[in-house]
Design a protein around this ligand. Structure first.
Ligand code: GDP
Ligand code: MN
Length: 379
């Protein structure tokens, strides 16, 4: 579950991280009222679950309450990467000298919680990782000992914060962010940018927290923060069709038979750098109607850029599923690329059927995931 910037900001503030003040508005008039309270220059920021809002025109400065109202009316209702802006954060605009990145993530490779920092803040960390990987400094927290003070200092020095006072403040922020991450059972906690103010002090300007859904039962207070405006209608349709479906935020639609296999499919998609658009289990013995309903549900999501079928035929016969897919594709018109990995009972017959279809065949689960990720990126 993703939290909005303002929600993440409130959590970080509780941990003693300096954040910008201000409040949330759903109307231009509310934005103006908040700006009046703040007094002086404000920044109006779209509260949507995507990064790069700045570049998309979702972050604007305003010198007066009137201007704040005006830019809020521009940003509210705006479409940013397929999401409609329903709320804006109105915060005091900060003058700063530098932008830094600081994040806490679960790192699969090292099986540790890793803190990352970069002197190149403000841009997405994935971008820095691609263009200038040496600019990213990482430390891995010990599973039982946690983040050690020397590690937090190592991060500070690693990004060139050599002034003692500044390094200490950075280390304190890193430690607080790590603690917030652990306490909330987050899968990501990020401050980007963390800015250096003219006097040298640090302040969080934008923050992001993603919570681990599986741990939400331990955090009813956090679960209550869920923004249900993004609660998908598709989940209801799926229930009616007897399909288990959970919408996610990625762009690769997954159609799988079996819950365990569906989970594994999402893991592998993520492993190859993709983001699943959904969890979908069509269940055993799925025929044409179910496949069709599932496909319609997947394609109703405008974020979907590729669809991946992962069918393991046991009692379910692969050729039957293949017929279902072909029949469904006859009725559901789309140009979204589709990758199919079908193995198991009657695999040969199934593959023959699909050879004449538009589906991109895949040899293995890994192959299918890589092809789906590539197809999605190409769009
Ligand atoms: P994102 O693009 O979705 O990550 O949104 P951010 O909150 O990170 O804002 C994007 C950019 O807007 C920042 O990198 C800054 O350049 C600018 N910005 C955001 N808040 C302020 C502010 O208070 N003052 C100033 N001067 N610029 C800001
Ligand atoms: Mn940002």
């Amino acid at each position: 579950m993703k939290l909005h910037e303002y929600q993440a900001r409130d959590i970080l503030a509780k941990y003693g991280i300096p954040v910008t003040g201000g409040g949330v508005a759903s109307t231009p008039a509310e934005a103006r009222a908040i700006a009046e309270q703040i007094g002086g220059r404000v920044v109006v920021k779209a509260q949507v679950f995507v990064g790069g809002r700045g570049k998309a025109g979702g972050v604007k400065l305003a010198d007066t309450p009137e201007q704040a109202e005006q830019v809020a009316s521009q940003i509210l209702g705006m479409d940013i990467k397929g999401l409609t802006v329903e709320k804006v954060l109105v915060a005091d605009a900060i003058t700063y000298e530098r932008e830094i990145y600081l994040g806490v993530v679960m790192d699969r490779a090292s099986k540790r919680i890793v803190l990352m920092a970069s002197a190149e803040g403000g841009v997405e960390i994935e971008e820095v990782a691609k263009t200038n990987p040496d600019a990213i400094v990482k430390v891995a927290a010990h599973p039982t000992l946690g983040l050690q003070p020397f590690q937090a200092r190592e991060l500070a020095f690693g990004i060139g914060l050599t002034d003692g006072k500044q390094a200490r403040q950075f280390a304190a922020i890193a430690t607080a962010l790590y603690k917030a991450y652990m306490d909330t059972d987050a899968s990501l906690a990020e401050i980007n940018p963390l800015v250096v103010l003219p006097g040298g002090a640090l302040q969080a300007l934008d923050s992001k927290i993603v919570l681990d859904d599986s741990a939400l039962f331990r955090h009813t207070d956090l679960e209550a923060m869920r923004d249900s405006s993004d609660e998908p209608e598709a989940e209801r349709q799926a229930r009616e069709a007897g399909i288990t479906f959970i919408k996610l935020d990625g762009d690769i639609g997954c159609m799988v038979n079996g819950a365990g296999l569906a989970m594994a499919t999402m893991d592998v998609v993520k492993l190859y750098g993709g983001e699943p658009a959904n969890f979908l289990d069509i269940g055993g013995g799925a025929g044409k109607d179910k496949v069709k309903a599932a496909l319609q549900i997947i394609l109703a999501d405008p974020n979907v850029k590729a669809v991946m079928f992962n069918i393991f035929g046991g009692i379910t016969r692969v050729d039957e599923v293949a017929k279902g897919i072909i029949a469904a594709l006859d009725e559901v018109k789309t140009d979204v690329p589709m990758v199919a990995r079908l193995v198991g009972t009657n695999e040969e017959a199934g593959r023959k059927l699909l050879a004449e279809s538009v589906l991109i065949p895949a040899e293995s689960l890994a192959d299918a995931a890589q092809k789906a990720v590539a197809a999605a990126r190409a769009r």
